[in-house]
Design a protein around this ligand. Structure first.
Ligand code: GAP
Length: 454
C-alpha cells in the first residue's frame, strides 16, 4: 500500500516544472540566451505526450466518427479575415501600467498578478500608482513581403477557427458531407498575452485543437448540449480526475463577441480552477461576417426541405499545450512507498504515456540483454518501448515512474528458461509473470482509450 498525497499547492507547479526539465518534457525556449517569455520547447518525452494527446483527439474527431472532416489551413491569412471575425476590433484586453515599478498587468487579473518589485505581493505593493487602462490588441502583427508598409500588414492567427470557416464550402463539397457535419483542425495559434504564466498554461505561441460543427439554425441548442457533454466525457476517459473537472457556463460580459452561449470545462490546477476547453455556440456570426466581407455566398441549400440557410456553428476548442499541462498536473504525485522513501510518479493513462513499456534486463549478462532486445523488437511497431540496462533495477523503476511509463518488463534468469517476464505496473507496483508471446495483448488491453460515443 502506498500513501498517495499531492505536493503542497505553492510548490507543486515548481516541482512539476523541475521534473519536466529533468526528464526532458519541457524547457524554456532559447534557454541558453536566458529564455523568451511564455514560449516553450518540448523535449523527447514532452513531444511524445503532446503528440499522443493530439492523436487521440484527431482520431476521436475524424476517424471514429463519420461526420467530421480534417483540415490544415495556413497560419497566415488574408488580413480581411480578422476584420470580418471581429478580432481587429474586439480581441483586446485592458492593460494597466504601474508608474513606479513599470509592471504591466491585465486590469481584470489584478488580484492574481504579482508586482515585479515584490513578487510575493499584488500590484501596487511597491507603492506605485496604476495608470488608467488602455485596450491592447492581442494579435501579433507582421508584414507580408519585403516592404513594411500599411498595405502589407498581416497577422499570426490568434485562433485556428477562422481557417475552417473560410474553407467551409471547400471541405463540404468534395467530402460529400451534409449539414450537420464538422471540420477539425490542429494548429499553432499566437496571442501577445499581457500576463502569460503558470508554466505552459498561458503562452504566447500555443497549439489549438478546434472542431467546428455546422448545424441547421434551430438545432443549435441541442447540438451545443451534446458537444458539451461529449467533451467532458472525453476528458474523463483520458483519465482526468472527475473531482477536478467542472463546467463553467459563461454569462453576460464573459461571453465572447461571437457567442450566444459558451461553457468552459474547468480543471482544478494548483493555482485554482481554470479553463481547459471552451464549447461555444457561435451562431451564424462568423459565416455571415465572411459573406459580408468577402462578397461570397456561404449559405447551403437543403434538398429535402428546399430551404436555403446560413448554418450555425458549435465550436469545441481545446489547447494542446493546455491539455498537456492538465495531463501532467493530473498525473503528478509524490508517494511515500515506505517510511522515508518517497517516489515521484506521473500516473498517465497508458494511452498518452510517452513511453508505454520499459524493457529491463535484470543484469547485464547471461543472455538477458539479448532476450530483452528481442522483446523490444517484438513490441516496438505497436508501442513506444524503451530499453534500459543502466543501474540497479529499483532505480530503473523509479526513473520510469518519473517518466510516467505505465509498465516495466523485467527479463531475468527465469525468462531464459520459460520465456516469461515480470510485468510491473507503475501505479500499484504489483508484479505478475507474463509470457513474452502474450505481452502485446497484455499492453493493448491495459491501454485502451474508450470515450463514450456521442
Ligand atoms: N476559437 C475559440 C477560441 O480560441 P479561447 O477560449 O480563446 O477560444 C480556446 O481558446 C482554448 O485555447 C482555451 O480553452 C485554451 O485551452 C487554449 N488557449 C487559449 N489561449 C491560450 C494561451 N495563451 N496559451 C495556451 N493555451 C491557450
Amino acid at each position: 500500500m502506498t500513501d498517495s498525497k499531492p505536493a503542497k499547492a505553492p510548490d507543486r507547479m515548481a516541482s512539476l516544472a523541475s521534473l519536466c526539465k529533468r526528464r526532458g518534457f519541457i524547457f524554456p525556449s532559447s534557454e541558453i540566451y536566458g529564455g523568451i517569455n511564455a514560449c516553450w520547447d518540448y523535449g523527447p518525452l514532452g513531444v511524445a505526450l503532446k503528440n499522443n494527446l493530439k492523436r487521440l483527439w484527431w482520431q476521436s474527431m475524424t476517424q471514429w466518427r463519420d461526420d467530421i472532416e480534417g483540415l490544415d489551413a495556413a497560419i497566415l491569412m488574408h488580413p480581411k479575415v480578422w476584420e470580418a471575425s471581429g478580432h481587429v476590433e474586439n480581441f483586446t484586453d485592458p492593460l494597466v501600467d504601474c508608474k513606479t515599478c513599470k509592471g504591466r498587468f491585465r486590469e481584470d487579473q489584478l488580484e492574481t498578478s504579482r508586482c515585479p518589485n515584490k513578487p510575493s505581493k499584488s500590484p501596487k505593493a511597491c507603492g506605485g500608482e496604476l495608470m488608467p487602462a488602455r485596450m491592447f490588441n492581442l494579435m501579433f502583427k507582421t508584414h507580408m513581403g519585403p516592404v513594411e508598409e500599411t498595405g502589407s500588414v498581416c497577422y499570426l492567427r490568434p485562433e485556428t477557427a477562422q481557417g475552417i470557416y473560410v474553407n467551409f464550402l471547400n471541405v463540404m463539397a468534395p467530402s460529400r458531407q451534409k449539414i450537420p457535419f464538422g471540420i477539425a483542425q490542429i494548429g499553432k495559434a499566437f496571442r501577445n498575452e499581457i500576463s502569460p504564466g503558470n508554466f505552459i498554461f498561458r503562452s504566447r505561441e500555443f497549439e489549438q485543437m478546434e472542431m467546428q460543427f455546422f448545424v441547421k439554425p434551430g438545432t443549435d441548442e441541442e447540438w451545443f448540449a451534446r458537444w458539451r457533454a461529449a467533451r467532458m466525457a472525453w476528458h474523463k476517459a483520458l483519465g482526468l480526475n472527475a473531482a477536478k473537472l467542472q463546467f463553467h457556463d459563461q454569462t453576460g460580459k464573459e461571453l465572447a463577441h461571437y457567442a450566444k452561449a459558451a461553457t468552459d470545462i474547468h480543471f482544478e490546477f494548483p493555482f485554482g480552477w481554470q479553463e481547459v476547453e471552451g464549447i461555444h455556440n457561435r451562431t451564424d456570426f462568423d459565416l455571415k461576417r465572411h459573406m459580408q466581407f468577402s462578397g461570397k455566398d456561404l449559405s447551403v441549400f437543403e434538398e429535402a426541405t428546399k430551404e436555403r440557410y446560413v448554418p450555425y456553428i458549435i465550436e469545441t476548442s481545446v489547447g494542446a499545450d493546455r491539455l498537456t499541462l492538465t495531463a501532467l498536473v493530473n498525473a503528478y504525485a509524490e508517494e511515500e512507498v515506505k517510511p522515508g522513501d518517497v517516489r515521484t510518479v506521473l500516473k498517465f493513462h497508458p494511452a498518452i504515456a510517452p513511453i508505454q513499456a520499459a524493457v529491463l534486463p535484470l543484469v547485464n549478462r547471461d543472455g538477458m540483454p539479448e532476450l530483452a532486445r528481442e522483446v523490444v523488437q517484438g513490441l516496438k511497431r505497436e508501442f513506444r518501448v524503451f530499453f534500459d540496462d543502466g543501474g540497479a533495477i529499483g532505480r530503473r523503476y523509479r526513473r520510469m515512474d518519473e517518466a510516467g511509463t505505465p509498465f516495466c518488463l523485467t527479463v531475468d534468469g527465469d525468462s531464459l528458461k520459460d520465456r516469461t517476464v515480470t510485468l510491473r505496473e507503475r501505479d500499484s507496483m504489483a508484479q505478475s509473470r507474463v509470457p513474452i508471446d502474450a505481452l502485446a495483448e497484455a499492453l493493448r488491453s491495459r491501454s485502451a482509450f474508450e470515450p463514450p460515443a456521442v
